[in-house]
Design a binder for this molecule. Structure first.
Ligand code: IVH
Length: 668
């Protein structure tokens, strides 16, 4: 190949990798990963290698530049100083030995020894103690800026709010918040009993919990934390002594760390925990190996992403062989058909599994999984395992490829595939599976928030013809419920009252609850605030809808399609007749007109007249979006006292800048 041609090939491949990695990153954060972490890392390494060869491919938006995910909205954003790095991964002992060899070359004149620790599978947290008192807890966010979740973290019982002994004046620590497996299992047991969807794994549940806006709920969830690193030098000369000192100050340090004089001891530690990890009460996905002497940390330094003095060894997800008894199909709220493998029960990764998700038909076809096949299943941290591959030499001679059903397995209507989508869907709004799931969505927490209406009850109500869709919930009477098995008068009265209360939610809640394609919570709120009432929203044509910031042709078309459908019109009419509020409070509706509406604002430096979170709340109330980092998309930077790099960046990019007085004037 000529160098021109290989350059072109690299360009194409890197574009593809960037797109794929971006998508997989998003799926991961949604708790719906489609590929293993290992596969993700492999793609990332491939991209890194290409960018090393052709540096111009390392664009500013390349996933290789990211340390993690973006910070979420709703919490004050705080910069990490120093940044929260991630770790380079190794997957076998050879790679660990290579890492050790490299360090021995870099610090050739030194005697190296190590500390090994378990790699806890939770979410990382930065903890700041001042004068021995817990001041601030920040999530990792993108490594540079994270969310201030102090209120939530304070609820974690095992974390001292005040340190013992004579701690240093300022102590910045790094650790992991996690959910012990028994706590996770109990939470899921409760959810199952209430007929709610089960959580996927302890790590995602932890991430969701740490970000809950109600810290009382966090307190009920039984999170734990372990501290594994000090970002402040406070006396000890080694990492081992640091861990000892932190423990003496009353901090939760996992006791299973070990000093290792050489690479053989490191390997023995890895082997031991690979074998015994399922006996631990929490999830661990590997071992972290750190150079013990802290002066060498400084000397070895870091790359843009990770320190050179530490490395992670990732355990393999456990695999086992079993048989696919059948391939069944689930129909979700949006009508998407998901194939599921029903397995011969098998013990793997610490639990017995009997189902595995197959994601979608494309994936199923690619792996060519058939009923009766012997397959390799993999159990990572999730409760639902994955089918990795088919063992073809076990395949029966008469086996038939699995065929995509042309009709919905629940209602029998033909299934369709929208252009540009992988998923097959049932589009019959009366399909019993869709109705059941959409009632579940309608009553859920962030929608109409009707407490006490779990999946089991919904199923009973539908089976007994007491409801036909979400609109008939408002027709339910106490007598209807009192007749159900296990229902007394009191619980019936309570539920009817809860349903009644939901009539007073806002239009934004209703728009989210009725499940319009592409209309999630945020878009629902934008629409409700813009139009003020369902009536005027329903009258808007595509052009009017697309004029609204953040609403594109896709959303506009989906809205029109929904509102033009007779069946949806009837349901909305039924909600209106039942007395459900279909308007948005005036104050919020009026904010659309404000000049800050839809503007992207960054707050930096210290404000004197109000706190940053107060400023953020007021800006958001006027429809502005407050973000943590300055880019060319930023509309306005508010620079308080001692504003630093963000102010400079704004000036470099020519972004409009104002000071606190300017902000106060804008806020009116
Ligand atoms: S040390 C600068 N130690 O693993 C080094 N990290 O893949 C900071 N993690 O973001 C990390 N257990 O969330 C360290 N004993 C441990 C750990 C640990 C879990 C997490 C941490 C980090 C991620 C990197």
């Amino acid at each position: 190949m000529t160098s021109m041609a290989s350059r072109r090939a690299a360009e194409l491949r890197s574009a593809e990798l960037k797109k794929d990695l971006g998508r997989h990153n998003e799926l991961y954060y949604l708790g719906k990963p489609e590929i293993s972490d290992r596969e993700f890392d492999r793609l990332m390494h491939e991209l890194q290698a290409l960018e090393l060869e052709y540096p111009e491919l390392a664009t500013i938006d390349s996933p290789t530049r990211r340390v993690g995910g973006a910070p979420s909205e709703g919490f004050e954003q705080v910069a990490h100083d120093p940044p929260m790095l991630s770790l380079d991964n190794t997957y076998n002992l050879e790679e660990v030995e290579d890492w050790v060899d490299r360090l021995e070359r870099l610090a050739a004149d030194e005697e190296l020894s190590y500390v090994t620790e378990l790699k806890l599978d939770g979410v990382s947290i930065s903890l700041l103690y001042k004068g021995g008192v817990l001041q601030q807890a920040i999530t990792r966010g993108n490594g540079t800026v994270g969310d201030d979740v102090t209120e939530n973290v304070r609820t974690i019982r095992g974390l001292p709010l005040r340190l013992k002994g004579a701690p240093p004046e300022r102590l910045m620590l790094r650790g992991e918040i996690y959910m012990p497996r028994t706590v996770f299992d109990e939470l899921n047991r409760q959810r199952e009993a209430a007929g709610m969807a089960l959580y996927v794994n302890p790590r995602n549940t932890t991430a969701g919990t740490v970000r809950l806006l109600d810290s009382r709920e966090v307190a009920r969830r039984g999170l734990e934390v372990a501290v594994y690193q000090s970002a402040t030098a406070f006396g000890p000369a080694t990492h081992a002594d640091t861990l000892g000192a932190l423990q003496d100050h009353g901090l939760p340090v996992k006791s299973v760390w070990q000093r290792c004089a050489d690479v053989a001891a490191v390997e023995a530690y890895i082997e031991h925990w690979r074998e015994h990890r399922h006996e631990l009460p929490f999830d661990t996905d590997g071992v972290v190996i750190k150079v013990d002497r802290l002066d060498l940390h400084t000397r070895l330094g870091r790359t843009s992403k990770a320190p050179r003095w530490a490395v992670a060894y990732k355990f393999e997800a456990e695999q086992a062989q079993t048989v696919v008894r059948a391939i069944s199909v689930q129909v979700g709220r949006t009508g998407v058909l998901t194939p599921v493998a029903e397995l011969e029960p098998i013990f793997v990764g610490g639990t017995t599994v009997q189902r595995a998700t197959l994601h979608n038909y494309e994936d199923l076809a690619r792996k060519d999984i058939r009923e009766g096949d012997t397959v390799l299943v993999e159990k990572g941290g999730d409760i639902i395992p994955k089918v990795v591959s088919v063992l073809l030499d076990h395949r029966a001679a008469d086996s038939q490829p699995f065929e995509i059903p042309s009709t919905c397995p629940v209602c029998g209507d033909p299934v369709v595939r929208y252009e540009g989508e992988v998923a097959w869907r049932c589009v019959n709004p009366a399909c019993p599976a869709i109705v059941r799931e959409s009632v579940g969505h309608f009553v859920s927490r962030n929608a109409m928030d009707i407490e006490g209406l779990g999946d089991k009850l919904i199923e009973q109500l539908l089976a007994k013809d007491l409801i036909k869709d979400y609109t008939s919930l408002y027709q339910l009477k106490e007598e209807d419920l009192a007749g159900l098995e296990g229902w007394g008068k009191k619980s019936a009265v309570n539920l009817i009252a809860e349903i009644g209360k939901s009539k007073h939610r806002t239009l934004a809640h209703v728009l989210h609850a009725i499940g319009i394609r592409f209309v999630g919570e945020r878009v629902a709120r934008l629409l409700a605030e813009h139009f003020g009432s369902l009536e005027s929203l329903m009258k808007a044509d595509n052009a009017t809808l697309e004029d609204i910031p953040e609403i594109g042709p896709k959303v506009a078309a989906s809205l029109r399609q929904f509102f033009d459908d007779k069946r949806h019109q009837q349901r909305l009419e039924a909600l209106r007749d039942a007395g459900v509020n279909l308007t948005q409070p005036r104050a919020e509706a009026a904010s659309v007109e404000h000049p800050l509406h839809g503007k992207k604002v960054v707050l930096t430096g210290t404000l004197t007249g109000m706190t940053r979170s107060e400023a953020k709340k007021r800006l958001e109330a006027l429809g502005a979006r407050v973000s943590g980092s300055v880019s060319s998309n930023t509309d306005l930077v508010v620079a308080g006292e001692k504003a630093g790099s963000k102010l400079k960046k704004a000036e470099d990019l020519g972004v409009e800048v104002t000071d606190e007085a300017g902000l106060v004037a804008l806020l009116g």
